[in-house]
Structures are given as structure tokens and as C-alpha cells.
Design a protein. Structure first.
Lengths: 256, 347
């Protein structure tokens, strides 16, 4: 317990040091606001964005637009990816069918095929969500497949010898054993989706926190850029926290 | 307020730094201190149909500066602003007046040293013929795309404003020129405000010109393409800058005296056919170097021209759009124009 308190103190110290450096650099006049906005300008920028908004939308509306895209892309991508991965892990022919595509797609930078998605699917929400979907899918597919692969053969054999049907083996042995890896995959996937968000919002933006950062950056409005980065960072922490909480509830037995 | 205070602060620091550097240089190698040009120059450029492409394509800049030129292709003036702020670009060729007004307002350390062209009808609203857009109010409920932060964006917003249209009535979308052409071909957008060669492609794919430029120019929405030089670079290497501007003038001469030859060279650089290049070039009003020094444009040292006012009114508009925080005094824009190198280039 005491150890934990001491570690907390270290964390607080590092954050405090960073803020102190920021104050000294900006209020001390060592760095221009163009490069690093001082706290008061950042606060003004935040109030401005929250009340008046950026290009006809308030900060909250931009956050909502982004969360909706992330949610839709992540949900569809991980559900389809996990189902595919489970099937790939359990039935070899399925693996043989899909592995080349999943493995090819996984390391591919999303910006590489951004233009194609615009031509095929247009500049609306579809192309943005598909881009995020394609980012999440291979990550969760690979995680689920590896999860299934790591199930102890012994457990499956025991279940079978006790007379379990194929479905029962899958439902009561394979799936629970693979769950921890599926969750780990989901957390990696949310990171990838998050990283792809800015690329997705390059497409004909007029909303979204990623687009706002890009557009404000064009005019070197570093106050808005910083507010955007802080919002996107806190959103990321919240999303990751939610996934961790969900994981702790569903697979509370993992790692024991 | 802090912006101005701090930029003054930094400028003094910069001067002190330059002074120290200069002194060090004088102390060690006095003979080379004045005549020596830079070893390497970072020049940002656009792929576009303009006489600048002749100077670049013929290797004139390399010849006159005897330096290694690092050509950096950019897609927007905003990229030039960022790069100059970071000190990675010395010269920006073809930067638009809108990003320049933003840059000078934010205290980016560069100067306008040349007006290459008055954009005029070269950037214009293009509408889909099938969408039957004949008057401004026909745009209500339609999607109009433009690259945000550009001179075209500035004109489009000016067009909406002067016609009493809001961005709730007309959807304005942010698309880079290449993506814009793709969206147009899919039928996702009905109108676009953009420059060539993207504009020519829209016209070829069922588009027609919706003339806005003459009224907008009369209302003060003048847009131009400029050459900016990083202030520290211009102070350190004035002779080099003069030589580069001479090369630019020579390139303009090639276009005015032998348009066909010029169109051929420029077409190769821009990746279009000579016919397209020629048609695009004809839409620009390239400002002859002597005209640039008239009061209507840049003016002369000590007698700043009216272009400073154009930059300031552009900045006012950008501040209304919240693209920039505040608009400095006219004097800041006047100081942001340095006509000495062009004057010397014409001697």
C-alpha cells in the first residue's frame, strides 16, 4: 500500500514538473505562443471552442462526431474480426481462406488506401467508418485466432471424452479460454482505430476532433490544436478505461 | 497583445543572435563574410502552371545561386507557414495571399518579396451543369468543396458572405484538389472553388464556370500568389535573393515573349498537356516586376504599397473565421513586405 502511494507521488511529480516547465517557458516569455500557448490562452481557446465552437460546431459536437465514428468502426470491426478470428482458429480451412487477406491488411498503413475508399465509397460517413472498420478488423481477428490456438488441447479432449458436442466444446471450453486474448486484441484495436481517426477525418471534413486539429493546425492555431490534443487524449484514456473495466467484469479470472 | 510583445522580444533575440553569428564569421573568415552565399537553400514550391516552373525546370536557381537547392513540394500555403516557423524553408514560391496574411499576423518570420500573379479568374467557382445553379441562392442545400485555408477558401467564404448565405444553408467541405476531383466524378459534390489543374478537370467532367471573381475583387476579396523569404535568410543573403528574383523575372519574360515555348516547359513540370498549361496560364494576371513596385501593389522601400492593406483585410476576414486569433496593425503588414531585393534585381 505504502509502495503504491510512493509510486503515485512519482506520477504526480512528473506531471507537476511538466506543468512547471510549461509555465516557465510560456509566461517567462522564452517560447512564443505560436509554438506553445500559455495556460491562459489555452483556457481562452477552450472556452471559445466549448461555447462558440470551431467552424459552426462546438467542441462537444466535434467530440460527438468523432466518438460516433470510433464507436461504429470499432464495434463493427471487432465483432466481425473476432468472429472471423474464432472461426480461423477453430477450423483450419477458414484460416486457409482468410489468412492471406488478414495478414496483408494488418500492417498496411490506412493512409495508403484512403484515396481508394474515397473513390469507391464517397466522401460521406461510410468511407470514414469503413476505414476504421478495416483498421480494427485484422487486429481483433488475429487476437481471437491466437486465443483459440492457445487453448489447451487437453481441455478439449477431456470435454470431448465427457460427451460434449462440437458446439458445446466451442461454447464452454474454447471461447472462455480465448476471451482474455480477445480483450487484449480489442484494446489494441481501439488504439489502432484511434490512430486512424485523423486519417479518416481528412476525408471531406467539417466535423470531428481529428479534423479540427488538422484544420486549426493549418493556421498554426496552436491553442486550438492543444485543446484538441488534450480532448482526444482524455477521450482515449476514458475509452481504454471503459474497456479495462469491462474486461475485469467479464474475464475476472484471467491471469490467475 | 502578448503576441506582439513576444514577437518583438524574439526579433531582438534573433538580431542579437545574428549579430553574434556575423561577428564570429567576421572574426574567423573576414574575406568570405560578405560575398559568400549559402551552401544549401530550402525552397518550397507548388506543382502548378506558372512561370516559376520554367526557372525550376531549367535549373536556373541552381545556376545563379551556386548552391544546392532542396526543392520541397507542398500542397498548401499553410505547409509553407509551418515549415518557415520551424526554420526548414528559406523561400516559399507561389504561396497564396490568404495563408501569407495569416502567417504575418501570427508573427512568422518571413517577408513578401514578390507578387507573382493576381489570381483573378484562375481560381473560380465551378458548378455541375446538371445541378442547374444559376444564381447564388441556388447553392442552398448543396455541397461545395474547397481546400480549407487556401485563397480559394477565402474567396468562397467571401462569396457566401457577400450574398447573405450562411454555412448552415450551404455545406462547405474541406477537400484537397485531388480528392476534390474524385468526389466530383462520383457526384458527391455539386460545386467547388479551386485552381488549375483540378479546375480544368471539373470543367471537363460536366462542370461550368460560375463567375464570382469580378464582384469579389470589387468587394476587396483580392487574392494573389507571392514569393516569401524567411527574414533571417533575406538579411543574411541579400545578393542571393536578388539573383533568385532575377531568375524569376527571366522566367516571366519567357512566358510573355514566347508563350508556346513556355507552355511546353511548364506543362512538363506540371504534368499536363501544353494546351492545358497554356489555357491555365492565360487566366492569371502575372504582375510584371516594374508594376509590382507601383503603389497599387508592393510599393518601394519607405513607400509601402496598397497590397499591405489587402493583406490586412484578408487577415481581418480570417480572424472573423477564427482561423487566426487577432489582426495586427497595418504597419506589421507593411514591414512584412520587403521590396529592396526586387528593386535591386531590376537595376
Amino acid at each position: 500500500m505504502q509502495h503504491r502511494i510512493r509510486l503515485r507521488a512519482w506520477t504526480l511529480l512528473s506531471v507537476a514538473l511538466l506543468i512547471a516547465a510549461w509555465l516557465i517557458l510560456t509566461w517567462g516569455g522564452l517560447v512564443r505562443d505560436l509554438f506553445l500557448p500559455p495556460p491562459d490562452e489555452l483556457w481562452d481557446g477552450f472556452v471559445d471552442l466549448a461555447t462558440d465552437g470551431y467552424r459552426n460546431r462546438t467542441l462537444l459536437e466535434h467530440v460527438e462526431a468523432s466518438l460516433w465514428r470510433i464507436g461504429a468502426g470499432f464495434a463493427t470491426g471487432t465483432v466481425v474480426g473476432t468472429l472471423l478470428g474464432l472461426a480461423m482458429g477453430y477450423w483450419r480451412p477458414v484460416e486457409a481462406l482468410f489468412a492471406p487477406f488478414v495478414e496483408f491488411l494488418r500492417p498496411l498503413p490506412q493512409l495508403a488506401y484512403l484515396m481508394l475508399l474515397i473513390i469507391w465509397l464517397g466522401i460521406g460517413e461510410t468511407s470514414k467508418i469503413i476505414l476504421l472498420f478495416l483498421a480494427a478488423l485484422p487486429v481483433s481477428a488475429v487476437a481471437a485466432r491466437d486465443g483459440v490456438r492457445n487453448v489447451r488441447l487437453q481441455s478439449i479432449l477431456v470435454a470431448r471424452s465427457l460427451g460434449a458436442s462440437e458446439w458445446q466444446v466451442f461454447r464452454h471450453v474454447v471461447l472462455p479460454s480465448a476471451l482474455p486474448e480477445i480483450f487484449a486484441g480489442a484494446r489494441i484495436a481501439i488504439g489502432v482505430v484511434y490512430g486512424t481517426l485523423i486519417a479518416a477525418e481528412i476525408i471531406a471534413g467539417s466535423s470531428g476532433i481529428g479534423w479540427m486539429i488538422l484544420d486549426a493546425g493549418r493556421f498554426l492555431r496552436s491553442d486550438y490544436v492543444f485543446v484538441g490534443i488534450l480532448s482526444i487524449g482524455l477521450m482515449g484514456l476514458a475509452l481504454n478505461g471503459a474497456l479495462v473495466a469491462l474486461e475485469a467484469r467479464i474475464v475476472h479470472w484471467a491471469g490467475r | 497583445m502578448t503576441t506582439i510583445d513576444m514577437s518583438a522580444n524574439r526579433r531582438t533575440l534573433l538580431k542579437a543572435g545574428l549579430g553574434l553569428g556575423g561577428a564570429a564569421l567576421l572574426g574567423t573568415i573576414p574575406r568570405r563574410a560578405r560575398a559568400a552565399g549559402p551552401d544549401k537553400i530550402n525552397i518550397a514550391f507548388f506543382t502548378e502552371t506558372s512561370p516559376s516552373a520554367i526557372a525550376k525546370g531549367n535549373g536556373w536557381i541552381e545556376d545563379v545561386t551556386k548552391a544546392k537547392i532542396n526543392w520541397i513540394e507542398v500542397g498548401s500555403g499553410a505547409e509553407i507557414n509551418t515549415a518557415v516557423a520551424a526554420g526548414s524553408v528559406d523561400l516559399g514560391i507561389g504561396i497564396g495571399s490568404a495563408p501569407t496574411a495569416a502567417g504575418l499576423s501570427q508573427g512568422i518570420g518571413y517577408q513578401v518579396v514578390y507578387i507573382r500573379d493576381n489570381i483573378g479568374p484562375a481560381e473560380e467557382l465551378t458548378v455541375r451543369t446538371a445541378a442547374n445553379i444559376k444564381k447564388p441562392s441556388d447553392l442552398i442545400g448543396k455541397k461545395v468543396a474547397t481546400p480549407f485555408g487556401s485563397t480559394s477558401h477565402f474567396r468562397l467564404l467571401g462569396f457566401l458572405k457577400t450574398n447573405g448565405l450562411t454555412q448552415h444553408q450551404v455545406t462547405v467541405l474541406d477537400l484537397r484538389p485531388d480528392a476534390l476531383v474524385a468526389a466530383w466524378q462520383r457526384g458527391d459534390i455539386d460545386a467547388a472553388y479551386v485552381w488549375a489543374p483540378a479546375k480544368s478537370k471539373l470543367l471537363a467532367a460536366g462542370g461550368e464556370v460560375f463567375r464570382t471573381y469580378d464582384k469579389l475583387e470589387a468587394a476587396g476579396y483580392v487574392i494573389a500568389d507571392l514569393i516569401v523569404a524567411r527574414t533571417a535568410f533575406a538579411q543574411q543573403y541579400p545578393e542571393t535573393l536578388v539573383e533568385i528574383l532575377k531568375a524569376e523575372n527571366r522566367a516571366l519574360d519567357v512566358w510573355t515573349s514566347t508563350p508556346d515555348k513556355a507552355a511546353d516547359i511548364i506543362a512538363k513540370q506540371a504534368g499536363v498537356t501544353p494546351e492545358v498549361a497554356r489555357a491555365d496560364l492565360l487566366e492569371y494576371d502575372f504582375v510584371a516586376p516594374k508594376r509590382q513596385l507601383e503603389p497599387k501593389w508592393l510599393g518601394t522601400p519607405g513607400h509601402p504599397g496598397r497590397f499591405a492593406e489587402v493583406l490586412q483585410s484578408t487577415a481581418k476576414f480570417l480572424a472573423e473565421q477564427k482561423s487566426i486569433r487577432s489582426v495586427p496593425d497595418l504597419a506589421v503588414f507593411q514591414k512584412g513586405i520587403n521590396t529592396a531585393p526586387l528593386g535591386q534585381a531590376l537595376v
